[in-house]
Design a protein around this ligand. Structure first.
Ligand code: PLP
Length: 406
């Protein structure tokens, strides 16, 4: 059971009963290099997993932070189930299937976790509904009365997921986007009632203006409805459901995989998936040649002890990120520390895919479907890269397809 959160950089601990503890208390504007991780006391589970239960937030509730938070305040298990069914009622375990066309094209069994079938067409909703569960529990416990606005900086799958999850609870949401955001995308956000703020670049000011506006909003009291661990560690709570599902689905199909490929942008997907999946399958993280800050940081980190204490020097922003996989163009991999640890635990590795392999992966996936964005097929490009290099044997591999094609 989750008993608290601990900063992986400075060791600061927070008890699980504290509401809305999104970030490490030592993090400041000058030193934002902190990130919390959930502490699990590894006690034997009490609630038996119901194999028929299709809602992951009900099925795996005992492993989750929002549930432990509710229980620490005396909420009954039955009430937590009611909350999960109402807040995360549209979530269901997504399919993991042997993908016939990918298997044929890659020359070994390829098992694909289909997140395009999930709420809002990507795994991002898992991250955000975990934060929402915490908020609704806190509200029902009377721990706050005023609903502060939720804030997110994104113009991709995360913003759409945020808009859908927030609208489900009629919770106000502000989305900070760059001025070049596609209007078609903006209308998707409008439909869910999100307030969209277009943030122009200011001459002479470095960095992403949408991100700067998001940070200002959070400093002014907004709730970081973020899919990046350092901005809100609670996004990693719900993100772990994908790993638990994959673990159970592989066991049910008796698949012994040689690698789990995950495309990486900000890193919350790989980090939380790895926590859920455990270390029995090597994790392979995949970035594009036009934006590979994680790969660069891992090489730098391997040269020194306690790399987490040298965050600023190790995880440096990628200059001019470029790829058709535009959802993984984060210039920094925010959740790099827990990914580095997961690679070590699982005997995994990092792969940088060429743009041509990213395009090829996109084509192969879409030849049979599900219709998937280039970003969401980028993990497959990592497998193509390793096949080219002769690194794989003929055992099965697993990939995540996320981000329905729009
Ligand atoms: C479809 C899809 N897959 C994977 C990712 C990568 O997730 P993360 O940024 O958590 O690494 C993203 C991020 O935007 C995405 O949209």
């Amino acid at each position: 059971m989750i008993v608290g959160l601990r900063c992986v950089v400075c060791g600061e601990e927070i008890e699980i009963s504290r509401p809305c503890a999104w970030t490490c208390r030592q993090a400041t504007t000058g030193d934002p290099y902190h990130v919390l991780e959930f502490i699990d006391d590894q006690a034997a589970p009490v609630i038996e997993i119901d194999a028929e239960e299709q809602n992951p937030f009900v099925r795996y509730r005992e492993r989750m932070g929002w549930w432990a938070f509710a229980r620490s305040h005396g909420m009954s298990d039955a009430d937590t189930v009611d909350i999960a069914r109402s807040v995360a009622g549209s979530f269901a375990i997504t399919p993991l299937q042997r993908h016939a066309h990918l298997s044929e094209s890659l020359g070994r069994a390829v098992w694909a976790k289909n997140e395009t079938a999930g709420v809002s067409g990507s795994h991002k909703s898992r991250h955000l509904v975990g934060i929402m569960l915490h908020l609704i529990v806190a509200e029902q416990l009377g721990l706050f009365t005023k609903r502060e606005t939720l804030a997110i900086s994104s113009c991709g799958n995360a913003a759409l997921a945020a808009a859908e999850v927030a609208a489900g609870q009629r919770w106000p949401l502000e989305v900070f986007v760059p001025t070049w955001m596609d209007d078609a995308f903006g209308s998707g956000l409008d439909e869910h009632g999100a307030k969209v703020n277009r943030c122009p670049r200011v001459d002479g000011v470095a960095g992403d203006p949408a991100m700067a506006a998001f940070r200002d909003a959070v400093r002014a009291g907004a709730i970081p409805f973020s899919v990046q661990g350092p901005a809100n560690a609670w996004c990693l709570d719900g993100g772990r459901t994908i790993g638990w599902e994959i673990r159970d689905q592989l066991d049910a199909e008796v698949v012994e995989a040689q690698a789990m490929y995950v495309q990486v942008g900000g890193g919350a997907l790989a980090s939380s998936l790895a926590h859920g999946l455990g270390s029995s399958i090597p994790l392979v993280v995949v970035q594009a040649e036009g934006c590979a800050p994680l790969d660069r940081a891992l090489r730098a980190a391997s040269q020194i002890d306690t790399p987490e204490r040298h965050w600023r020097e190790i995880m440096t922003p990628w200059e001019s990120p470029q790829s058709v996989a535009d959802g993984i163009l984060d210039d920094e991999t925010y959740d790099w520390i827990s990914i580095a640890r997961a690679l070590e635990r699982s005997g995994g590795r990092s792969v940088v895919a060429s743009e041509s392999n990213i395009e090829k992966a996109h084509e192969i996936v879409n030849a049979m479907g599900p219709p998937t964005s280039a970003t969401g097929a980028a993990g497959v490009a990592g497998a193509l890269t390793e096949i080219d290099a002769g690194r794989l044997d003929d055992r099965p591999i697993v990939v995540v397809l996320s981000g329905a094609a729009r």
